[in-house]
Each structure stands twice: as C-alpha cells, then as structure tokens.
Write a protein that binds this ligand. Sequence first.
Ligand SMILES: [Zn+2]
Length: 471
Amino acid sequence: MKNFSILILVYLSVLACQNKTDNALANKLLKKHSMGNEIKVFRFHSVAKSEYGPQSYDHAHPKPSTREAEFYLDQSERSYYAEVKRYNFPGTFFFWTKEFQKNQHSYRYDVNGVLYGKRVVQRDSGAYGRAIKQAEEMLSFKQIGQLYAAKDFAVLAMDPSQSSIELKVRANSDTLVLNFETETKQLLSTHNLSKNTKYFFKDYVREGPFYYASEIKFVDFDGFEETTHVAEVGKLDVLDSEKLVLPKDHGAIFEDLDLDIELEKLSANLFVISNVDYDRYVAFKIEKGSIMVLGAPGGAQVSNEIIELIETKFPNFPIEYVYITHPHSDHMRGLSAYAKKGVKILADPYTKSAIEAFTPFAKDLEHFVFHPIENETVLNGVKFYFPTNSHSKSQSFAYFIEEEVIYEGDFLEVPLDNTIPTYMSEVERQFVTFLKNENLQYNRIIGHHRNGNIQPEIVEAYYQNNLQEGP
Ligand SMILES: [Zn+2]
C-alpha cells in the first residue's frame, strides 16, 4: 500500500512537472506573439479583400471587393483616427471616409461626398472601442496580447506533434485552439471554439518593437472569408492633433440614430416609407385593388414592420406584389417575410436564380412564388426598365407612369443634403445615360439608399460635374 502511494506521488509530480513545462512553453510562444502589444501609440495600414456572391455582379462568380484602411491609435488618450476606402465593387462604387475620436467626441465624414455629402456623422463614444476591436482583428500581436492579458487566461491542454504544437486556452470566457509550427514556433492559426471563428496567420514581419503576421485570413461560421494584408506598423510619439479635427468645409453635424419609419404620401396612391433599416426607402403603390411594395431591405423584422404599417393604413387592400431592384443581399433580405404571406415576387430569370441561391432563404424557399417581369413590363401603373449595367447582371428600376417618379437602388448615390459628390461610379453614369437616351421624364427619384427625393437638376449637375472618369 505504501509503495502504491509513492507511485501515485511520483506520477503526480511528473504530471506537475509536465504541466510546468507546458505552461512555460505556452508562455514563451504567446509572449513572442504579443511583441508590440505594450506600445500605446502606433499606426498601421491594411488592405482587406473579401468576396461574397450576393454582393457581386454575378452571384455565381463572385469577385473580391477591397477595404483599405489607415489607422492611428492612442491607447493612453483613448483617441484614434482612421481613413477607410472601399472599392472594387461591381459598378465601380467608391466610398471614402475619415473618422476619429478625441476625448468623448467621435465623428465620421465623407471625402468624396457619396455617402454623407458635407454632413458629419456624430457617433457615440463607443467608437474608440470599436476601432480597437477592428485593430485586434487585423493585428496578430494585439489579438494574442489580448488573450494573454485576459483575467481568466488558462492553458487547458498542450499537444505537440511533429509539425505543429496545439495549444488549448481559455481567455475572456472563450475557449480557443492555437496552432504553432513546431520548428519556427510561429502561430499558424487560432480557432475560437466558442464563437466558431478562425484566423490564419502568414508571413511574419519584425518591424521595430513589433512582431506580426502581415497576412491574416478570417473565416466565420457562415463561410464568409476575408484576407487582410497589414503593413507599415509603426510606433508613434503622439497622435497628430491635426487628424483629430473636422475639416472646415464640412458642417451640419447629425446624430447617428435609428429613427422610426415614417410614411409620406406622394400622390393619391403612391407612398414612400423612410428610415427603413436605418436609412433606406421603401415605396408602395395601390392600384386595381391591391398593393405593390418596392424594396425589401433589412430582414423579416423590418419587412413585418412595413407590412403592419400598410395593413393598418389600408386594411382593404392586400399586398399582392413585392419588387426588388436587384438581388444583392442588402436589397433582398426582407423578401422571405412577404413570401410567407403569399406575396408574389416580381423578378426576371437572373434575379429569381440569385434569390433561390441565397442561403438565408433556403429553409423558406417553398413559400416563394415569382411573377415574371422583363424590360418594359407594365404592371399596375408601374413600368420596369432593365438598363445594361456593370453593378448587377440584372438590375432594374421602377417608373410610376402617372406620377413620373422613379424608384431605384444602387443606380444613383446622391447624399441626403443634395451636395454633389466629387466621384461618380460607372453604373451611375450608365443609369443617367440610359435616362437621357430614353428621354424619360421624371420629377423625383426615390433612391433606395439615403435619399428619397433626388431632383432632376441634382442628377444633371452630378452628371455634368463628373464627366471625367474617377480614380
Ligand atoms: Zn447592389
């Protein structure tokens, strides 16, 4: 019996020793990958590419779009500055914004005027925290440093094989598996088992006090993938104060609020709903005893709110049709709520195929009933036009014949303050050229995004001011 106890004691102390070595090695691996995390003021440049079928020209053959960013962070002062450019979208849309936080004040403004014009978005003081989160997603030393510094950090298991060392840890209440290459001790990937997200790290760089992966690939549970290249990570003495002020030619600060939806009557039977899914517009037309809804953004909750508003106002008219301008995820996510109520979806063959291929609809597809439309179809006082364009393989706009009003989505980007953007995309040029060639008379364009009342003279000025191809 005594011998047996000694055996157990020996076994336990071997285990303890093993644990100690494991912890020491884990410590060393994590410390190396946290190099630079202690630097309070620094900057970096990133270029992220992701491809997503339901935002592409052809949903079956997606091409990557790009998000390029320049970050300046001061973690002592809790201030930051970021310049973000988003491009390589189908139709050559180009969004370019700058944002910063100083003390409790945070703003975002537009450089080419496409999104906000001269208006400035006042953001909540959580913007700094969100910027830090974004930096963590792109910088391996912030990500690992964050884990390593977690209050509940614990090494749960270590499993060295010939080619890699697998480390299982708990940090910030999540469980993660980290994979290191045995020979170089470089971190290859992290798998967050709690969130079911993965990061893959490549091409490590040592730059001053920093050690980081210059390529990070992120994969989420939905299969969404984004590859980011990081460069120019540099320590700063201070964050340049000139970056933390609004430019003089910008004004009219507005709060970033999610307002209640609002109904506007355009004619006896044409209505516009604003503040849909934050800053979008949905229209509806009553004709021949039934209703056609135009635009289905957001998702089921947003659609149900609109359906309820229409049914309350017009209890005697059923919603018969719902129309989307093109099958991009942000324009069609609300369709399933209509389909479940037996509302027919107006679509040409490509739009129908893209809707049927949209994964979030898979479980509800049995409810989807389509009503075919094509170029110049006229239905209940609405005429549909399908201009050839570079944004979506099939994209149309609706023309309310009697009212001479257009409803479009992603054919025109005029900000709410009607200032003329200094950049015009290819698809907008194609759209305005189409209107000119058709000699289509209109007195108002309801834009799906941001501006529900675009006047013809604004469209003309935008077109004339941007006759040169942009960057
Ligand atoms: Zn689109």
